[in-house]
Design a protein around this ligand. Structure first.
Ligand code: SF4
Length: 192
């Protein structure tokens, strides 16, 4: 799917961005990829080692695990726009700091506005926090359709585990798949 001029413009700014210190340690910024008419926006935390090396989102082990579970849930990754809360890899894959999330937020907001997805699939606690969703215990909100205000606009979000969690813990995989299936069911319901 083609990217709109607005998405291309955001990506071109991200790849040269120096708004926060993560620019110093990155190899490549990872703006995200997918079409501007995607109904689904998949949001992760931050690029990891393989993403930093390639400049593409979710291409490492967690990305491959995600691809497998998306397919099992009936979601085609190529139909989604895939990105992260921060576009540059934090050193040693640490959690992004609040000021880094805030510095990167205009890019995320611009992408979400440009795509206007029917659903944002927020993978993990940091993805939720990146959307200003108050998260005490992630498990309490996963799999549920949430209506949020972000950047003054209304969006629909469903939270699920970050794929690295069920990848490590087998006991979490059924729940992860069930939440992805809930996302698919919602997308089907708004498209029919
Ligand atoms: S993480 Fe975001 S704000 Fe920070 S340098 Fe990268 S693109 Fe810029």
């Amino acid at each position: 799917m083609a990217e709109s001029e607005q998405l291309v413009s955001i990506s071109s700014k991200v790849v040269v961005c120096t708004l926060c210190g993560l620019s110093k340690s990155r190899t490549h910024a990872v703006p995200g990829e997918g079409g501007d008419n995607s109904k689904l926006l998949i949001l992760g935390e931050a690029p990891g080692r393989y993403e930093d090396a390639s400049g593409r989102p979710f291409v490492g082990m967690a990305g491959k695990f995600l691809d497998k579970y998306l397919e099992a849930a009936g979601i085609r990754r190529e139909d989604a726009f895939v990105t992260n809360v921060v576009k540059c890899r934090p050193p040693k894959n640490r959690k992004p700091k609040d000021f880094e999330i805030k510095a990167c937020r205009p890019y995320l907001l611009g992408q979400i506005r440009s795509i206007s997805p029917s659903l944002i699939l927020a993978l993990g606690k940091t993805a939720c926090e990146g959307l200003d969703i108050d998260v005490d215990k992630l498990l309490q909100i996963t799999g549920k359709i949430m209506k949020i205000k972000f950047g003054g606009e209304d969006f629909t979000v469903l939270a699920a585990f970050h794929p690295s969690f069920p990848m490590r813990f087998k006991s979490k995989r059924d729940r992860f798949l069930a939440d992805l299936k809930a996302a698919k069911a919602y997308l089907d319901s708004v498209q029919s």
